[in-house]
Design a protein around this ligand. Structure first.
Ligand code: HEC
Length: 122
C-alpha cells in the first residue's frame, strides 16, 4: 500500500469500498428484486440489457457497459455498491441513489449487475 493510492471513485477502483462485505446473498429472489429496480431506475441509461445504450442516456454520455469484464470503477461488490450509492463522479451524470433507495435495494442491484456479466460468458 503506497501513499499514492487512487482516491475513491476515480478510475482504478475504490480501495475503501473494496473492503465492504455484501450482506445480501445473490439468491434468485435478490436477483429478481435487482432486476426490477434496474428496469425502473437504470435501464434508461444503461439499456435493458445493461450494455450502455439506454434510450434516454444523456447526450454525449457513455453509460458503462455492465455486461463486460471491464470495471472502470472497480468490480468488487463493494466498489459497485459505492458507485450506486454515491454516483459516478466527477461529473455525476449518474447520480447516487443513497437518498432514493434502501441499502438492501442497492445490494440487490449489485447482485443483479454482477449477474449480467456472468451471462455474457465471463
Ligand atoms: C443518467 C444516466 C444513468 C443512470 C440513470 C444510471 N447510470 Fe450508471 N452510469 C452512467 C454513466 C454515464 C456511467 C459512466 C461513468 C464513467 O465512468 O464515465 C455509469 C457508470 C456505472 C457503473 C460503473 C461501471 C464501471 O465500469 O465501473 C455502474 C456499476 C453503474 N453505472 C450502474 C448503474 C445502476 C445499477 C443504475 C441504476 C440504479 C445506474 N447505473 C443508473 C449513467 C447512468
Amino acid at each position: 500500500m503506497g501513499g499514492l493510492q487512487a482516491q475513491s471513485h476515480g478510475n482504478g477502483g475504490n480501495a475503501e469500498a473494496r473492503k465492504l462485505k455484501n450482506p445480501v446473498e445473490a439468491t434468485a429472489q435478490s436477483l429478481a428484486a435487482g432486476r426490477e429496480l434496474f428496469t425502473k431506475n437504470c435501464r434508461s441509461c444503461h439499456g435493458a440489457d445493461g450494455k450502455g445504450e439506454g434510450p434516454m442516456k444523456p447526450k454525449d454520455s457513455h453509460p458503462s457497459n455492465l455486461t463486460d469484464a471491464d470495471w472502470q470503477r472497480g468490480g468488487s461488490d463493494g466498489e459497485i455498491y459505492a458507485v450506486l450509492r454515491d454516483g459516478a463522479g466527477p461529473e455525476f451524470i449518474m447520480r447516487g441513489y443513497k437518498s432514493r433507495m434502501t441499502d438492501k435495494d442497492l445490494w440487490h442491484l449489485v447482485n443483479y449487475v454482477k449477474s449480467l456479466g456472468s451471462k455474457s460468458g465471463h
